[in-house]
Design a protein around this ligand. Sequence first.
Ligand SMILES: Cc1cc2nc3c(=O)[nH]c(=O)nc-3n(C[C@H](O)[C@H](O)[C@H](O)COP(=O)(O)OP(=O)(O)OC[C@H]3O[C@@H](n4cnc5c(N)ncnc54)[C@H](O)[C@@H]3O)c2cc1C
Length: 329
Amino acid sequence: MSNLNGIWVVGEHHNGALEPITYELLGKARELGQPVSVLLVGNGVKALAAGLGDYGADKVLVADHPDFAAYGTDAYGSWYGKTIEQHQPAVVLFGATSQGRDISSLASAYLHTGVLNDANALRLEGGVVKATRPIFGGNALTTLAGDAAKPQLVTVLPKAFEKATAGAGKAGEVVELAVDGAAAAKSLIKGFLAEVASGKINLSEAEIVVAGGRGVGSSEKFGIIEDLAKALGAAVGASRAVTDAGWRPANEQIGQTGVTIKPKLYIAAGISGAVQHWVGMKESGYIIAINTDADAPIMKAADLAIVGDLFKVIPEMIKEINAAKGVAV
Ligand SMILES: Cc1cc2nc3c(=O)[nH]c(=O)nc-3n(C[C@H](O)[C@H](O)[C@H](O)COP(=O)(O)OP(=O)(O)OC[C@H]3O[C@@H](n4cnc5c(N)ncnc54)[C@H](O)[C@@H]3O)c2cc1C
């Protein structure tokens, strides 16, 4: 058994509010039988610390600094690596979100350890993390063990665990962490910055997602997907063919190597439905597919399959949606 102690929850926040994943991680962390700290990194995040004690945090570790105003992979990753190395928590829980995956992989490189990715079940046995994750497109599960000699980094799938509820009544002592080294926060992820600036809907939490695939044809033509998303108040997603082509930022990719989503409504336009895409959205409540090919795999699996050219179908949908909302068209 190692001397490392404590569970860290890496808090995610957006537009000045904590993301649901933070409460989900906290809910699970509370069950693991070690002191729980929530780590909040950003600019102006101290205000978010208040009240986390009531959700079960023993401590809230705050790194509040203007250099953290904009997310930057390199600076953030190495800062997390350094800070985890210095404090030696037994376990660090990240959301399996674009940011959580990004930071955990960089921190793991810094710490020379691995990451247990995409956990949907988690336990701690004698200090060793046992993390279960879906494999083979969600048709099987595998359980992997961490290396308890080092801080064990784990990414957890959104909605895998119940959110922590208020009423724990802990003090939630706020501890301010040093932010030396954050000054290098200059390598910015443009897509992420644009997202923050525009207040865009968070893909992994969105109730409605409209995604486009190779069938959209180009980055310029992706405006049609954005228009439908706007009409529905939805987040925009994409297949890997699209993000690989550079038509959309990587953080919009849905699937095995992208974001896992569970919206109430998922609309896939010009996406064939390869298994690697399917595993990232199959838990959606209702799936609408628009495709010129009636035999595309996604058309067989969708709740509603619309055979047709997305450039003809989507404008009609937008018209109907706006009419239903009473918006002049
Ligand atoms: C290890 C690995 C990991 C991967 N991870 C992911 C992942 O995370 N996410 C992911 O998405 N993919 C992933 N992939 C890639 C995946 O296998 C597919 O190649 C990819 O999903 C295909 O994207 P697509 O459906 O947009 O393109 P295509 O398969 O080319 O499909 C385009 C579809 O658009 C339709 N279409 C064309 N024109 C129109 C039109 N005008 N109107 C309507 N429909 C039209 C076509 O009929 C077709 O069905 C991964 C692959 C590997 C090997």
